[in-house]
Ligand binder design. Sequence first.
Ligand code: RP5
Length: 165
Amino acid sequence: MKKAAVIMGSDSDLEAVSGAIKQLKYFGIPYEAHIISAHRTPYEAEQFASGARDKGFGVIIAAAGKAAHLAGVIAAYTTLPVIGLPIKSSTMDGLDSLLSIVQMPSGVPVACVAIGGAQNAAILAAQILGVSDETIAGKLKTFKAEMADSIKAKDKDLQNRTDIF
Ligand code: RP5
């Protein structure tokens, strides 16, 4: 099974990224997590990205805040799919990170989830790996069915709320 990489720009991103790691674990996807900064350790960013495919990775989640160039720089050095995760780590509430990630120039795409959307980053990573991995695809199917069941249960509870209706 291909591995997922979870790269974050700083140890201060760890808490916001933990939801992605938890979700990857839930799907049983092997992963590595690293702190690599596009600005503070650019050489390591290049080395990681350019070697990622040969090391068995199939997808890379890149989480960063402020001027969040990590996903873009990683994408510049690999043909693996890169998912940007904007972190709310500045006075601009993560909008700066979001725009830094999504506004990539033509030729170097980066997928992007919501600000703080760690769980979705992992689900999207699973969906990418699930294209060629039936085990992951099966777990995604179960996950979505359980999610639908929980919403239906909540709707049922709502219909029984005599305090509202
Ligand atoms: C970004 O700057 C990191 O991804 C982090 O979100 C933000 C702040 O980093 P620290 O100054 O807390 O290390 O590069």
